[in-house]
Write a protein that binds this ligand. Sequence first.
Ligand code: ATP
Ligand code: MN
Length: 425
Amino acid sequence: MKRTLIAEIGTNEAILTVCGWVQDIRILKNLSFLVLRDESGVCQVTVKNLEKPFDVASLNRESVILVDGMLVPQSQSKTGKEILASRITLLNAAKVPLPLAPFDKVQADLDTRLNNRFLDLRNPRISSIFRLKSSILWGIRNFLMQNGFVEVQTPKIVASATEGGANLFNVKYFEDEAYLSQSPQLYKEILISAGVGRVFEVGPAFRAEKHNTVIHLNEFTSVDIEMAFADAEDAMRMLEGVVDSAIQNILEANRKELEILGIDLKRQPLPYPRVEFSECLKILGDAGIKHDPEEDLTPEDLRVIAGRYSGFYFITKWPASVRPFYTMPDHENPEFTNSFDLQYQEKEITSGAQRVHDPAMLRSRFASKGLNPEDFDFYLKAFEYGMPPHSGWGLGLERLAMILLGLKNIRECAIFPRDRTRLKP
Ligand code: ATP
Ligand code: MN
């Protein structure tokens, strides 16, 4: 169909066709005004003398119409863009009442919005989130491609757990039992043995977490990298570059969306601060909080630690007891590991580490985590014939988006979120 995008009105023809949704209708005596919206913006349609009669009074909001008309130069309308209609064609009517009015002053509750996501997304405040998320991912991809990474796709139906068995979704795989992948970890590492050097993947990760929080989804987008001949510090530097590139990209490409959402985003100077886990225990001790050195930091602990840092920072050298089997122990202090999390205030965005590359060490790590090495035979095999030292990380894209865009609930950053109770739409 030949049409002019609303954003481009006034830049070319004087006689034009615009298509979109009827956002507002105002009927006066001999004259009516419509606010018409497409993906690029809104304009006013003035209806006075049509070539073919059209009953504006019968038009419902959010119906889809086509308008042929003439550009009104120097329009006084609120939108600054105006078309004097010569012909209006109803392409598809919207039913009344709308299950969600996307332009109501008072925003509907999140559940109603998610149940009617197609209407929710008609508001540019909401669709901007996903334009920005897309741009964040573009910034990440661009940076990784420039740094010699190759993008791969690994299977999401898998035979064994990577992060332990507790939060796996089962699937029936013909006569076998299989799972939905929690993380591409094992495959990324096998590809390091295969000699790819630097590899990344952007794909879904599934976690059967029963708790309902504002930072957890049951299906999220994981950005994963793995690098050969690299230590934890190399992986952290790559991560800073990725986050900074994502921020830079939206600052350059998405001024309009940032403005719509009222986001004042700034780059944070590199390098991001690094704080060791043992130092975190001291910070907690100073705050009068006792912490078992073998246990993970709780959300409350992280809030206290975040009091010391205003933005992004790394927590490094986590205890082996709280990290997965593939995490490289610190060779001076083997209860600790060459691992890191990237945090933004109290929220975790990324976990990463240098990985174990010695198959004998890997076997003993399986044992210490109560895992059966036989379940990982295909993985272990790749370590027996020349596996380089390597490091990498996994970053939750929705978590990063939520933080950069200052949103309070991760569900805002998943276009059709999956949570404990939501399986539709
Ligand atoms: P958390 O402790 O916050 O539950 P995790 O340590 O279990 O996260 P990892 O296995 O380290 O998560 O996964 C790497 C990254 O993937 C996390 O830092 C986070 O950004 C993201 N992530 C993990 N689980 C989820 C989830 N359920 N929903 C959204 N993002 C997630
Ligand atoms: Mn983690």
